[in-house]
Design a protein around this ligand. Structure first.
Ligand code: BV8
Ligand code: ZN
Length: 264
């Protein structure tokens, strides 16, 4: 491992545009379950089935129960060493007039909490809610989201309780508020895609941290960076389908590996 770390550091010393893609794995050491690990299930639902417009259409009260539970779990979570190292690298590169651009699939906002500035939240934020009628976006950290959700924050047995429309959060305009996240089957916001494409096309190093590289279109930015001539580094606990593209491949915890790769 030391030889590859030295190779990485030698290359990184000449990097002028550092692009990154992070996933649930970088937040695992903060105590937030990953999607395809144990965190992939809530009660009897697969996350990607309840994080969908179809589930919202069918039972918005249940979808809010899921997000209210995740907000409850995320409320006290703090950035870990991995988030902190990336925030320090960005600060150093900015002082050296170099570019740092972090694209995250995570909705926990821990990169922002760690001090990262140039962050593209590809899938939104669990701490933002949006009006289904007028599209107004609110920053909101209320847990429970409304009093009707008091004491429903558990993930084991299902509740037979059916939430009514009046139990849901409402906008000043009277519209129902939903989580401002990208559900499976929904398009990503164009401005975020534009920023992610720019990062993949312009960077000379693209680092992928803590993602199974299974969710699209996020995973495609790795191929895009590679085909645009960037070197690819992967830091992940388990092997990923993108490992074959890696010029620098590190299997292990991001909280252990990132501090070894950057002197900051
Ligand atoms: C869209 C917000 C089109 C919600 C999320 C092409 C091919 C195949 C499928 C598709 C495709 N195109 C579209 C699809 C369908 C779908 C998709 O990708 N499905 C997958 C499951 C096959 N994509 C979509 O639906 C996207 N939309 O394409 O729209 C469209 C266009 C026009 C008009 C209409 C529609 C939208 C995708 C966004 C979904 N929303 N999140 C919420 O969170 O509630 S995605 C969700 O998964 C999270 O954001 C999560 O971050 C993300 C990806 O998962 P990972 O982050 O990778 O997490 P995972 O658990 O999988 O992996 C963690 C990794 O960390 C593991 O590998 C583990 O080894 C590692 N790890 C663990 N601990 C550590 C660690 N590594 C380092 N250190 C550690 N300590
Ligand atoms: Zn509204």
């Amino acid at each position: 491992m030391n030889n590859i770390i030295k190779k990485f550091k030698d290359y990184f010393s000449n990097v002028r545009y550092f692009g990154l893609l992070t996933g649930a794995g970088i937040s695992a050491e903060s105590g937030i379950p990953t999607f395809r690990g144990a965190g992939g299930l809530w009660r009897s639902y697969k996350c990607q089935n309840i994080s969908s417009p179809q589930a919202w259409e069918k039972d918005p009260g249940l979808v809010w129960e899921f997000y209210n539970y995740r907000r409850y779990c995320m409320l006290d979570k703090k950035p870990n060493v991995g988030h902190g190292v990336l925030a320090s690298v960005e600060e150093k590169m900015t002082m050296e007039n170099k570019t740092f651009s972090l694209v995250t699939q995570n909705i926990d906002d821990l990169h922002l909490d760690a001090g990262s500035k140039n962050v593209t939240r590809l899938h939104g934020s669990i701490w933002q809610i949006r009006c289904c009628a007028c599209k107004k976006i609110y920053n909101n950290r209320d847990v429970p989201i409304t009093s009707a959700y008091e004491n429903t924050q558990f993930d084991k047995e299902a509740t037979s309780h059916k939430f009514k429309k009046e139990d849901l959060p409402h906008c000043d305009c009277g519209g129902v508020l939903r989580p401002h996240v990208v559900w499976f089957g929904e398009a990503l916001e164009q401005h975020n895609v534009t920023q992610a494409v720019h990062t993949a096309e312009k960077c000379d190093l693209f680092m992928v941290v803590g993602t199974s590289c299974l969710v699209h279109p996020a995973a495609q930015f790795i191929n895009m960076a590679k085909s645009n001539g960037a070197k690819v580094a992967i830091v992940n606990l388990d092997p990923t389908p993108a490992d074959g593209m890696a010029d620098f491949l590190f299997h292990g915890k991001s909280g252990d590996i990132l501090p070894q790769l950057f002197d900051c």
